[in-house]
Design a protein around this ligand. Sequence first.
Ligand SMILES: C[S@@+](CC[C@H](N)C(=O)[O-])C[C@H]1O[C@@H](n2cnc3c(N)ncnc32)[C@H](O)[C@@H]1O
Length: 329
Amino acid sequence: MAFARLPDGAVTSARSPIERARAEVARQLKCIRCGAPGLRDEAAAWRCPACSSVFPVRAGVARFVAGQAYSESFGFEWNYFARTQLDSTRGEARSRETFIQKTGWSLDALRDKRVLDAGCGMGRFAEVCAEAGAEVYAVDLSTAVEAAYRNLGHRGNVHFFQADIMNLPFADETFDFIYSIGVLHHTPDTRAAFLRLVPLLKPGGTIAIWVYGKRLRLLVGGEILRAATRWLPRKWLLHASKIAIPLYHIHRLPVVGTATSILLPTSKDPDPEWRWLDTFDWYSPRYQWKHTCEEVEAWFREAGLVQMRRGAFPVTVSGIRPSPAGRVV
Ligand SMILES: C[S@@+](CC[C@H](N)C(=O)[O-])C[C@H]1O[C@@H](n2cnc3c(N)ncnc32)[C@H](O)[C@@H]1O
């Protein structure tokens, strides 16, 4: 680290805020191959000092996976609808309100805290946390994180990683807050993915997740159709999903609307582009599990979390990691 002497004799770091931020990030990282802590910053890559593995940084995103694996539909989705749900683009607070509803957190509590967005998509919730003054680590398995970088890369307090929740490049006990909104049920094993996140929480830290509930409205016809739609070429499905825009009006008709809602369920969001996006989001993912509150709470207990809270919107649950002495900070 370079130092410069101030006129009054005080010593201060001569590094720019960006360099200081990268040094701070470097301390939180660990090698996903050998587990060694603290990666070396090589500007266009992160290098493990122990095993020399190199993790490139491309288009503003540090890459800890070789490809998107099963999440390719999300890469397509969030690069196409990159700003549809972004509060700063829409000039409204819809994502902020959803974030508060699904985490149960006060935004004031996030100031200067290290926060992990596990499955950030195009970054709508990362934007909310960055606005609140948090240091945000935005992670996604798919190229959605490239859209997040384009949306938020101008902010100094958001860092972008293409990485798998099952093997994240962060040291244990790194984060004050972890949230994963609408993500874990899209992994091959929701419970296993959740359990990978908990060790990354500091003692006293809080985790909040939202996963699909078993009683979802779209379940009947939507589930049957999904068996086919999730294998369709993305572009076809994108065009087909646009039917959600006019169908909204038919779904609202008496009798006929009940039938169409069951046979061909589509999003009923009042915003046309939002319901097109939501409909694609429902019919495209490879994995889409549904869970009960009881099931999710059992995972929280299994992970040793305390002060569990069930949100009003099913299935949202949050909990706190106790300190080793059993004390909740
Ligand atoms: C429905 S989107 C939700 C995105 C964002 N949380 C939101 O609500 O706008 C689910 C996201 O989870 C990501 N994802 C799925 N499996 C993942 C994994 N194993 N690791 C990291 N991200 C994953 C997908 O790529 C996708 O962007």
